[in-house]
Design a protein around this ligand. Structure first.
Ligand code: PEP
Ligand code: MN
Length: 362
């Protein structure tokens, strides 16, 4: 159930509403709307509670029962898309936001070279995994903390923001057997501007909870990837875990799903149609990963364009200065020229998309 406070509600009015919520044993989450008016999400099994129980209180404008299983991430909760601010970039606004960088951070020179060309083409957010969730325990697991420090140096040098994955609550083991002092999540939280939750962790509910609790005060943006075999409902409920536990700054990222498709053609199946569904069902911004969803460099441009045309708010895209020698996902990494073409052409498509929406509204 959602309680919309009226614009002249006093702090006392709000306190009385919150008391009534907790007296009945429910939890709540306050979302500060862009208009400055608070919206209170009441959490719990509200099947036996009438709307009037809250609507009669002073300072309450309206009470809305959300029929969907996901509540605060739903369009019913907020008709406006939630804007996620990362420095001077807003994800979910008119701007098409490209986040680009290598699958995994490898060396200082690789990181600086890629950061240099990414920033040079006007891309403001760099991706790069210091911790890699690999299917095989024998594959390169990532540079760990050392990689995060280099990424932070690239951020300083090129004025970028960084998105990097937290793979869990464990401590990372380096190739030489050294165990890092702090957990992966603690390290990532110290450096990331956006914390990425990978497809494999979308259903790690304890991890989602812990991440939301640890970011509750700073509200660090979280990029949540769809699990490769998860339904849209599961995906939105995973996002709800983050919001219900205190961090509403969630960006949804589609990255392809498992179907009967053969891997020699497509690593996963790009779930382009889900962009339109998520836009309708949810108030969160939606970006698309054309790299993991296709698995092959040649398909990254057309699928990126399809995602932009379908209304995605941006891309998470893998690029490498020397894709054929990349330690991870080289086959799906685009080079500098291909990245530039994608960034430029997708932005132009986005503009077209917006002008046609405005045109239709007229
Ligand atoms: C990644 O983006 O580097 C990654 C591992 O992606 P996913 O979680 O979608 O497999
Ligand atoms: Mn990858």
């Amino acid at each position: 159930m959602i309680i919309h406070m009226s614009k002249d509600a006093t702090p006392d009015n709000e306190r009385i509403v919150l008391d009534r919520i907790t007296t009945r044993g429910f939890n709540y989450q306050i979302i500060h709307g862009s208009t400055g008016i608070d919206v209170i999400g009441v959490l719990g099994d509200l099947s036996g509670v009438e709307e009037s129980y809250f609507a009669e209180l002073d300072g309450v404008d309206k009470v809305v029962r959300i029929s969907k299983p996901y509540k605060m991430v739903s369009r019913e909760f907020s008709a406006a898309t939630r804007l996620i601010r990362v420095g001077d970039v807003s994800v979910g606004a008119h701007e098409f936001v490209c986040m680009a960088g290598p699958c995994s951070l490898e060396t200082e020179s690789q990181i600086m070279m890629i950061a240099g060309y990414v920033a040079g083409m006007g891309i403001k957010i760099m991706r790069g995994g210091a911790y890699k969730p690999r299917t095989s325990p024998y594959s390169f697991q990532g540079m760990g903390l050392e990689g995060l420090k280099l990424l932070a140096r690239a951020r300083e040098r090129f004025g970028l923001k960084i998105v990097t994955e937290a793979t869990g609550l464990h401590r990372h083991v380096l190739e030489n057997g050294t165990v890092e002092k702090r957990t992966v999540l603690e390290n990532v939280l110290e450096y990331a501007d956006i914390v990425q939750v990978g497809a494999r962790n979308m259903k790690s509910y304890g991890f989602l909870q812990e991440l939301a609790i640890l970011t509750k005060d700073k509200k660090t943006p979280i990029l949540l990837k769809r699990g490769d075999s998860s339904t849209i409902r599961d995906f939105l409920l995973a996002a709800e875990y983050l919001v219900a536990n205190g961090n509403p700054n969630v960006i949804l990222c589609l990255r392809g799903i498992r179907t009967f498709e053969e891997e020699k053609f497509q690593r996963y199946t790009p779930d382009i149609g889900a962009i339109a569904v998520l836009k309708k069902e949810s108030n969160l911004p939606v970006i698309f990963d054309p790299s993991h969803s296709t698995g092959y460099r040649a398909n990254v441009y057309p699928v990126s364009m399809a995602a932009a045309a379908a209304g995605a708010d941006g891309l998470l895209i893998e690029t490498h200065n020397d894709p054929s020698n990349a330690l991870c996902d080289g086959e799906q990494s685009v080079n500098r020229e291909q990245l530039l073409a994608i960034a430029n052409d997708c932005c132009r498509l986005r503009d077209l998309f917006y002008s046609s929406i405005e045109g239709n509204a007229r």
